[in-house]
Design a protein around this ligand. Structure first.
Ligand SMILES: [Zn+2]
Ligand SMILES: [Zn+2]
Length: 307
């Protein structure tokens, strides 16, 4: 191809403009819709040891769990966008190394629990594991959401690539700790809880990190076009959660496991403050009532419409 001097200079100019664009990492070029965070989502809270090798490194209400092992650590959940430096500082306050995080997991793919996951994955080089039914949600930055089946929700956090898709009953092992994955759909399609055993002062504790069946605004628990068996999902999850008998249980939000009633800032380490089988049963009952009330309300509304 023959090029004139004019064309050549245009091509050179074009190439010169392109180079800086190529040098900017892909994630920095993208923007996502920042959802407004409630104050309690970003309000700091001191990191603390829950029981054995389980630590709380989240904010006042957004629970983030660090499970330490001699072969590196697992991290379950993040906070909202930009929470990575905060979580990192909390991990370091406890005397652990951020770069020792080897596995990243989440209880479900909503922005308030995974928005900083992509950044943390990039910074630590850890692998991301997610239930297969929420993998599309996190890989789309929250856009593929059953509440918005037609156009999507919009990208509300940095998309994160899932390295391993989890299923009910899968075991996640690291440094002598073995998590069992429980699929607890309803709140999202791939909502998950994790259970594991930890030892402290000669005693074994069955620990449950549970994703409660809370209901977001705009969700009809009987039927959603984007999640047609949502009613069975919620009821089945409640049924299975009722049968669990954890010694220590915690959840995706601090309020869901009454953290602020059980612990005050400055309190010394005492795993017994989180041994609460009655509180667990009561909380599952609370969510069952909510789900059943939602079903009755939606059925009544449908009947009225059909008449
Ligand atoms: Zn959620
Ligand atoms: Zn949440």
């Amino acid at each position: 191809m023959k090029t004139t001097a004019g064309m050549r200079s245009k091509l050179l100019l074009f190439a010169a403009l392109l180079v800086p664009l190529l040098l900017v990492p892909a994630h920095a070029q993208q923007t996502w819709k920042q959802l407004p965070a409630q104050e309690k989502y970003v309000k700091p809270y001191e990191p603390f040891r829950v029981v054995g090798n389980l630590y709380y490194v989240g904010t006042y209400d957004l629970a983030v769990y660090l499970i330490t092992t001699p072969q590196g650590h697992m991290l379950i959940n993040t906070g909202v966008n930009d929470s990575a430096p905060y979580i990192r500082a909390n991990i370091e306050k406890l005397g652990f190394k951020y770069s020792d995080i080897k596995l990243l997991l989440a209880t479900h793919g909503h922005w308030d629990h995974v928005a900083a996951m992509a950044q943390m994955k990039r910074e630590t080089g850890a692998r991301m594991l997610m239930h297969e039914d929420d993998a599309a949600l996190v890989e789309s930055g929250g856009n593929v959401d059953y509440r918005f089946p037609d156009k999507g929700r919009g990208v509300v956090y940095e998309p994160v690539k899932v390295d391993q898709r989890l299923k009910e009953g899968d075991k996640v092992r690291l440094g002598g700790t073995e998590l069992t994955v429980m699929h607890h759909p309803g709140h999202t399609k791939g909502a998950s809880s994790f259970t594991f055993k930890t030892r402290d002062a000669g005693r074994d504790y069955n620990v449950l990190i549970v994703n409660m069946g809370s209901i977001n605004p705009g969700v009809n628990v009987n039927f959603m076009p984007g999640f047609t068996n949502i009613n069975e999902a919620y009821l089945g999850t409640l049924q299975r959660q009722k049968q669990l008998k954890p010694d220590v249980w915690v959840a995706s939000h601090a309020a869901q496991f009454n953290m602020h009633q059980k612990r005050n800032p400055g309190d010394t380490y005492d795993p017994n403050r989180f041994v609460d089988p009655d509180g667990y049963g009561a909380k599952i009952q609370f969510y069952e009532k909510l789900v059943r009330a939602g079903m009755a309300r939606d059925q009544a509304a449908k009947k009225a419409k059909d008449m």
